[in-house]
Write a protein of this length. Sequence first.
Lengths: 115, 110
Amino acid sequence: DTGVSQDPRHKITKRGQNVTFRCDPISEHNRLYWYRQTLGQGPEFLTYFQNEAQLEKSRLLSDRFSAERPKGSFSTLEIQRTEQGDSAMYLCASSFLGMGNTEAFFGQGTRLTVV
Amino acid sequence: AQRVTQPEKLLSVFKGAPVELKCNYSYSGSPELFWYVQYSRQRLQLLLRHISRESIKGFTADLNKGETSFHLKKPFAQEEDSAMYYCALSTPSGTYKYIFGTGTRLKVLA
């Protein structure tokens, strides 16, 4: 599978612990997005990278959340001091800014359960 | 505020019946509209987008700017169409982030 890859697929953690997720986008894609999806909702935008620069963060992204994309390749999303409300599916997507092509390709997501 | 509304959480139809999944949006400019589909145990994938004006797997969607709608239609549903469908809008510049609706689960009954 040469699409967007996310690791791990599932993560169960105790409240208060830190977790880190990884996303490997499609190799030539310069845009990378993180979304969060809770039960019964559509994905909600968290943050956006163009190459290595983080250009937009949603208000959903509290100061316990941090994302990086070193060297404009893979990205990590870290959640510190997890809370039960952080339980969700975390989706990564990538796209290539070409001739107006804005189709985003999604990974299979990381499902986080905070107990 | 930018918003996408999908009023139906679940839509059940019989095989061979027509399908219409509703999507309304709120956006002050000229957004790009998309339909994404998620089959069981698979990732979200693009079904179609309004700028391409194509039919994919028999589905079509027309952007109606007057009614701010982008309904998804198929004349004859197939069992393999059963999936979760999400309507999304993207601003045509800047981050191109998506704003998704809450999704409609389509069940096609034999």
